[in-house]
Structures are given as structure tokens and as C-alpha cells.
Design a protein around this ligand. Sequence first.
Ligand code: NAD
Length: 364
Amino acid sequence: MSSERRVRIGVVGLGYWGPNIARNVAENPRAELAWLCDRSADTLAAAAARHPQARTTGSYEELLDDPELDAVAIVTPVSTHYDLAAAALEAGKHVLVEKPLAASSAQAADLIALAAERSLVLLPGHTFLYSPPVLKVKQLLDEGALGEIYFISLSRVNLGLHQPDVSVVWDLAPHDLSILSFWLGGMPTEVSAFSRSCVLPETPDVAFVNLRFGAGVVAHLELSWLSPVKLRRTSIVGSEKMVVYDDTSNEPIRIFDAGAELPTPETFGEFRLTYRTGDIVSPKIAAAEPLALEIDDFCAAILDDTETRSSPRLGFEVVRAVEAIEASLQNGGRPCSTEERAELESAAAGLDRDTLTAARSRAR
Ligand SMILES: NC(=O)c1ccc[n+]([C@@H]2O[C@H](COP(=O)([O-])OP(=O)(O)OC[C@H]3O[C@@H](n4cnc5c(N)ncnc54)[C@H](O)[C@@H]3O)[C@@H](O)[C@H]2O)c1
């Protein structure tokens, strides 16, 4: 595809999040907002009023039938991701699918195989990988500025929105899992979790998740749709420095020169800790909108054949980690190893055709 061409994108699902994707596609110089699609006529009409240049339809099939359409962005509930993404890939369209990539790792593996077979781009919408504060923390970690990372605690709580088809874990944990994997270079090896369905029966709306990573880092994740205040706060505690990343603040990153040291004892059996509280630095963070950068990445992958930052493999690993959290929840909070599903991991890597075929038949 010539680099002067624009990617013709159809946005499917224009409820809460879809309008943000549609706006960023419409504003991107390498993209063209070609179609808007939603089953709800009222929702579609509201989006069409904002983007009169785009064609509209309530029928996903009509959109896929357009031979001029290059790609779709799927922004519908999680339970629909697999069917809509598989149909688009089978129709030869590149796919951006909102997080989580699919409702099971078998489905995610199938989508990865479909995209690979057809040489199509499959981008799971892990938006935080494009967030300037998240990138700043990644830079600090890669430079070793915080020293050895001891632990990370994350709070992602607010009032609403209860999702119709998934628990708070499926809705919110993909954000933190994608961020932690990006920062630490891999997924947790073990998870354990507790949750409660406070408002709707059988729909957990609060969860407390513990994560253990290979390098010894431990993390705690607090997720809830029931909170008097919105918190998007992460503390990263290292041996040299500590960072607070608050996504709701206009100073999203604060670096604390703080820590505890254990000087070599002068006599056997004696030790005295010293605590350090030095400067607090708030670095300048670019104001770029993460979704704009995500759409840039999607268009570049299609037009220039580049690798996307939010990769299909990451999408698969996030789903697998959420499944491990679910398994722990169903086992009364018992720790669950995320490495137990090595079979599907090799399927995701496209290494083993037989395993892939088995995963695909399970997904269907
Ligand atoms: N990346 C982020 O930060 C972020 C934030 C919010 C939501 N999301 C994700 O976006 C997705 C949508 O979430 P939401 O909160 O916008 O949901 P929503 O329920 O508000 O909107 C979904 C829309 O999809 C439409 N729809 C459903 N099935 C359809 C179909 N087959 N064809 C056409 N339209 C269909 C519905 O009519 C509705 O308008 C979810 O996967 C969610 O996880 C991502």
C-alpha cells in the first residue's frame, strides 16, 4: 500500500468509548473515517451528526461488504469481540479491537492465527501503552533510575460503569496488566484474587488482585466500579527512588528520592535503618492523546508494515492473565500460575500448527 494512501476505517460500536475512536480516526491525517456502524439507531444518528462525511449502517455485514474498506475498529462489548473480529479478518480487513482482545485465550489465539494467515494487522486496544506518563515510567525503569523494583500497587476505582457482559476484572484489569507487562517485560507468573458481587448478582464489581512477577516484583491491584472518588493511582517502589503515577492529576508523574537503607552494622547483631526523603521531581509530560498515537500506530502498521506497540501477543497474554485471575476467584482466592497454559502460549506464537488448530476448534 502506498504511504500516500489513507486507511479507510469503519468504527463499529459507538456507545461510551466508540465516539473517542471515531473522533481520533476522523482527525488522523493517515486515516479516513469511512463508516460508522451501531445496532442502535439513536446511537448511530448521534455519531452521524458529528461525522457527516462517514457512511452509516446498522448492519455489520453491509460494512464488511465494502471492498474499499481497509480496516475496522471494534468498540463493542467484550462478548462480541471474537465474532466481529473473526468476520472482519475473514473478509480481509485489518482489525483494531478494543481491550480485552477476546473473551477467552482460545478465541484470542484463533484471531491471532486468522490475522497471521491473511497477513492482516490485528491491534488490541491497550490504550495505556500509548499514554505519555506510562511511557515516562517505562523510560525510568529502563534507565534503572528507580533501582531494584520492590513492589507496585495500583488503584483503578470509580463509580460505574457496570458492564452488561463482564465482571470488573475483565473490564478494568486488562489496563493494569498491559501496563505492568510493558513496564516489567512480562506477565505475572502467579495471581490470586478476591472479589464480591455487591450490586448485580454474579457480576463482581470489586476485586483485589495480587500478582507475582518473575523478577520477584510483587503487585497489588484494586479494581472497582463502586467508589466515591475516581482513582487512577499507581505507586512504584524501588530501592533507589519511588514514583507515583496519577492519571487524574495534572502532575501525572512524581518521582520521590525516598527509600530505606540498611548500613553495614558496626557490631554483630546491630542494625539501624536510615530513611531517606529527598527531592520530589515532577517531570514535564507530553500532552499527546493516547488514542491519537494508537491510531497512528495502527495506520503505520497497515501502510508501512511496521510492528504495533500493542501487539496481538500482548492481547493474548492479557486475556490469559485475566483467565488466571478468574480461576483464582473461583478457587476461593487460591494462587493460580499463569504458566499452566503453555500449550496456548505456543499457539499464540504461531509455533505449533496442531495446537493452533485445536485452539481454534475450541474457540468456535
Ligand atoms: N481502551 C479504553 O480505555 C476503553 C475504555 C472504555 C471501554 N473500552 C472498551 O470498549 C468496548 C466498548 O465499551 P463501551 O463502554 O463503549 O460499551 P457500550 O455498551 O457503551 O457501547 C457498545 C456499543 O456497541 C453497539 N453494538 C453491540 N453489538 C453490536 C454489533 N454486533 N454491531 C454493531 N454495534 C453493536 C451497542 O449498540 C453500543 O452502542 C469494550 O470492549 C470496552 O472494554 C475501552
